[in-house]
Design a protein around this ligand. Structure first.
Ligand code: 5AD
Ligand code: SF4
Ligand code: FES
Length: 354
């Protein structure tokens, strides 16, 4: 068999972490026969470990103000062309109520890094949404650990904060004034606070290599992330990276597959960015190891202003339309929409002490 790999081996994840040559060969050529075999194996493993149902998370993008200046992002503070908005706590809670009525079990509260929402304000919003019987995921960036603690006590159970890239120098170039070390330290604090923690990264960033992506996988593995979000970099014209090429569907799907092999129980979304570069991008990810979709619950009037990248899907749709659309897409794959809250099973096991 020579260098040929049986990707169905249960230790495929270990091999990706340990066998540099193997991993880089796959990552460098995501359309190779071997890479396609890996994607198929990851889809099979996904079915065995987390099953065929897909978890929906309703995404509420509640503020597009951001104090940061990430080179890739349309919401960066130096982009003066964005019309900025903040939803009031009442509007956020109403959007969550709409989500509950549409059958979502989880809402994700996402924003730029906006200091206008105090720790207490967000805690109060979390408490109100918990009364609706929803799981609350927060995604509001880097804050002081006391805020994370407060929100966990208020009932938030998950936190999303991608590490974006595991190359420390590239990280500093893309995030002026920030460091990967600090980012990872905060992710570890979130884990210690007993959140289900989501990390993740972009694929196809300028300056990123196959080796960087291998480190991205290893970091997600080291963190034992409960959730991993992976999407293609999409150049935004009003940013310094506007003229760079973007990431591809094939490469992003391969990274989803490799992540599934490394973290068999993870919740892995088929990201909106993938759906935005290809009309069937989310479906492709769902057949490459992904098992989550995050349809938009943001009130329609605000949606066009949350433009982290251009050509984002679902800008003209109401929340109810996305809910219907996504069910049809899931069913077209022979899969079903999950009825349970969709917690990470390892996290659940830790909590019940088993
Ligand atoms: N292309 C793709 N993804 C992007 N993000 C931000 N800007 C872009 C872009 N131009 C991603 C980041 C962030 C997530 C919310 O969106 O990874 O964590
Ligand atoms: Fe702000 Fe997040 Fe965009 Fe960076 S990626 S500028 S932190 S909204
Ligand atoms: Fe929004 Fe399809 S998910 S229109």
């Amino acid at each position: 068999m020579g260098g040929n790999v049986n990707v169905n081996e249960t230790n495929a994840g270990q091999r990706i972490i340990n066998d540099r040559e193997f991993a880089l060969r796959l990552i460098a050529d995501p359309t190779s026969a071997e890479a396609r075999q890996v994607v198929e194996a990851a889809d099979g493993l996904r079915s065995e470990t987390v099953g065929d149902s897909i978890h929906l998370r309703g995404l509420i993008e509640f503020s597009n103000y951001c104090r940061n200046n990430c080179l890739y992002c349309g919401l960066r503070r130096e982009n003066g062309k964005v019309s900025r908005y903040r939803m009031t706590p009442a509007e956020i809670i109403a959007a969550a109520e709409n989500g509950a009525e549409l059958g979502y079990k989880t809402v994700v509260l996402q924003s730029g890094e906006d200091p206008a929402y105090s720790g207490d304000t967000i805690a109060e919003i979390v408490r109100e949404i918990k009364k609706l019987g929803l799981v609350v995921t927060l995604s509001v960036g880097q804050r002081i650990p006391q805020d994370y603690e407060l929100w966990r006590s208020a009932g938030a159970e998950r936190y999303l904060m991608r590490h974006e890239t595991a190359d420390p120098l590239l990280y500093e170039r893309l995030h002026p004034g920030q460091s990967l070390v600090k980012r990872v330290a905060l992710l570890k604090i979130l884990k210690e606070l007993d959140y289900q923690v989501g990390t993740g990264f972009m694929v196809g960033l300028p300056g990123q290599t196959a080796e960087t992506l291998w480190y991205d996988l290893k970091l997600a593995g080291e963190l034992q992330a409960e959730m991993v979000g992976i999407g293609p970099f999409i150049p935004h014209p009003e940013t310094p990276l506007g003229q760079e090429p973007g990431g591809t569907l094939e490469q992003a799907c391969l990274m989803v597959a490799l992540t599934r092999l490394i973290l068999p129980q993870a919740l892995i979304p088929a990201t909106t960015a993938l759906g935005s570069i290809n009309p069937l991008g989310r479906e492709a990810a769902l057949r490459a190891g992904a098992n989550v979709v995050m349809p938009n619950l943001t009130p329609k009037k605000y949606r066009p202003e949350y433009e982290i990248y251009p050509n984002k899907i679902c800008l003209g749709e109401e929340a109810a339309e996305c809910r219907g659309c996504i069910t049809r897409r899931i069913e077209s794959l022979g899969r079903t929409v999950a009825c349970d809250p969709g917690h990470n099973s390892i996290w659940l096991g830790r909590r019940s002490g088993s």
